[in-house]
Write a new protein. Structure first.
Length: 102
């Protein structure tokens, strides 16, 4: 019984569309996150002077707001994925499940 259900799901064209869309979206967000994170690491490695320079007349350096941006960007990317998963991906999954069980 369980194997039949799995085979029905794997044979459903909507399932293949869901996997394709979800994978493409996940890899796009992963690429953006890697670009931001590794960009920051490369900046630390090759341009310490810029990160150590002050932002103005105060004591804060550029490293602090850029590091904070990396953290906030991570939270935003996670939120974007969760929002789309809750809206689009869950709807597609529920439709596939209803169609297969009927």
């Amino acid at each position: 019984m369980h194997d039949d259900l799995v085979q029905k799901i794997k044979g459903d064209p909507s399932y293949h569309q869901l996997v394709k869309v979800r994978s493409r979206f996940g890899w796009a967000l992963t690429g953006l996150m890697m670009l931001v994170y590794y960009g920051y690491i490369l900046l630390i490695a090759f341009n310490k002077e810029f990160l150590a320079s002050k932002t103005g007349a105060g004591v804060m350096t550029w490293g602090m707001p850029i590091g904070l941006f990396v953290i906030v960007f991570t939270v935003l990317v996670t939120g974007i994925y969760v929002r789309r998963a809750n809206q689009q991906f869950d709807d597609l999954s529920n439709a596939i499940q209803a169609r297969v069980q009927a």
